[in-house]
Design a protein around this ligand. Sequence first.
Ligand code: BGC
Length: 756
Amino acid sequence: MRALAVALSASLLTATAGLAVADTPKAASKAGARDEAAFIEALLGKMTLEEKLGQLNQPPGPDNRTGPQAEAGGLDQVRRSEVGSFLGLHGAARTCQYQKVAVEESRLGIPLLFAGDVIHGFRTIFPQSIGEAATFNPAAVEKSARIAAIEATAHGFHWTFAPMVDIARDPRWGRMSEGSGEDVYLGNVLARARVRGFQGDLKRDDEMLATAKHFVAYGAAEAGRDYNVADMSERTLREVYLPPFQAAVDAGVQTVMASFNEVGGVPMHANGPLINGVLRKEWGFDGLVVSDYTGVWELEKHGIAADDTAAGILALDAGVDIDMVSDIYRKSLPAAVRAGKLSQKTVDEAVRRVLRLKYKLGLFDDPYRFCNVEREQARTLTPEFRQAAREVARESLVLLKNEGNALPLAKGKLRKLAVIGPLADSHPDMLGNWAGDGRPEDTVTPLQGLRTALGSATQVSYAKGASIDGKDTSGFADAVAAARNADAVVMFIGESAAMSGEASSRTDIGLPGVQQQLVEAVKAAGKPVVAVVFSGRALTIEPLSKTVPAIVAAWFPGVEAGNAIADVLLGDYNPAGRLPVTFPRSVGQIPLYYDHKNTGRPIRINPDGKEEKYTSRYLDSPNTPLYPFGWGLSYTTFRYDAPKPKLAKIGAGDTQQVAVTVTNTGTRAGDEVVQLYVRDDVSSVTRPLRQLRGFQRVHLKPGESKTLDFTLKPDDLAFLGLDMRKRVEPGTFIVFAGGSSDASQQAQFEVVAQGR
Ligand code: BGC
């Protein structure tokens, strides 16, 4: 392998396919044409229309695993200058091979970009993105993205289609698993962290292009059904769905992916006002927009383009620079340009954006910067990467319930432990969806993790009990027998990894199959039972919450799943993960999110203790969730003092400081996620009852107090006025501090119109 890399590098020094060396882009760059714009204009000047459209073409590569089957682009296409980038082509040797053909055998020798979905790790799989969000720890999330970039670039990738920054408020939508959950503030913070982690400053050969996706409102798919229509007011679009994209742009994200859905009757792949308008003109994004998989072609299915040519024109005119998989730009747009239906300028601008990225990555100087077989071997699944994955995984675990301190398990005293459930020893499910090059054999399952941690002093028995979603109860008897014969039982239940992710919407988001019955049967054996629940979304687990005293939400924790889970169950790590999404009681409550409005008839309890009828509520369910956003327990307890705004009054353009004192009142050290919420009490436009405006994950020893400072900038107090302009309105603001969105400690301050 190494020999190949060396041979390829050496061959670069020789002249290329019939062209004089000085004619090649690489040579031009080496010759000192350092000014990026001049270099790109010179190159553009040499390109034929077909070569230009080739740069905008992104076929699937041989490693592509996404979407409906499509024919992979091959080396011949590269030779003919028909490809600018590949989706799903990696490996140091393989990328070298393709790059060599592009550089040495295509007419102009323009290097290729290798792109793919590196979402929560490449080979060292970290927790599913929603689980990473549950850490409420941007540094951990950034580190995960950083390690993913180090591994993926060592395997030849230049570009990842991450982060997904779609706000998700409907857990029926399977792609809730791929993002940071329901909250805009958390989403913004983590969007920035991930962009920084993947891209760094793009100077090193272990940093890669990131993509903010899917632009925009994809998470608002009607009825939670993937790819479905998203319809909403401009206010909701700007307040909820657009901000994480702007945060990513502000953090320097180089590319943005258009989404499959329509917004207000306009499919996003043809949505000029949002792509060229909001993203580019309003926010000043000067990077590249890539289509989603066959998104250009789908304009025909949406019914706004009669044929490929029309679809291609609509998309390119709307600002979609690269056509992923549809192969429409390459095939249909040369004729459209020649017929005057599409301007040459629009094509050139898109090509410039592609070439700029290649330039930025240094590929014109050294097209093989990212393919080095030795580095690939050295930077794959290293012990340090695994250790980092374990740390992030245990930070992602959320202790939802812990009645009577059922957890942690009494490690020293436990003689016999029964491990039960379909996810207890399932390697592939530990990885979650979009698991890059992750391999089941790399994973540690909960059964393995517990066995290792407990050693020979504890006898660990295992019974699967049932499959994840089958109807068969014949395994119950073994599970019950294992429970009877044990001092304590841990059940590993929930969804399979494939039940969330793309094209994985569900109408019933309770425990699948017969798992709830299995828990009840095992519980009846009379031993203490705790449950660890895997999922890529919020689940409706009210029945489970009534059956067992302790529940841990584990998401899909990645390669170190079992070790991280054992750390938490046995008390070697004190859990502090928090829910990035509200857990509803039932599907009927969806969408349910914490930063809702009050309405004119908020729910009211009458003096007789009953809910007033003519209020915004259900006859058959409380409005409250099972577990609110930001929720998560610890093996210790924390006390909050009322938050203290530094100033009683501030001017509308001023910054406020709020001090929050939190004390560990229990007997164990642990992290607490201190959360600060704000309400604008009276305003010209209705506002949510509270909105997250700051959080800090801090470590406190038993008895220790810390006072944390939160800064509220004007933007944190602002909203879009009736004219859709951002403003801070004078009046009373209430701040809430606590360990979840239910935070009850509060204080207020005034914002005044002029100065203080
Ligand atoms: C998904 C994208 C992904 C792309 C390429 C699509 O089906 O919606 O999120 O980046 O495939 O794999």
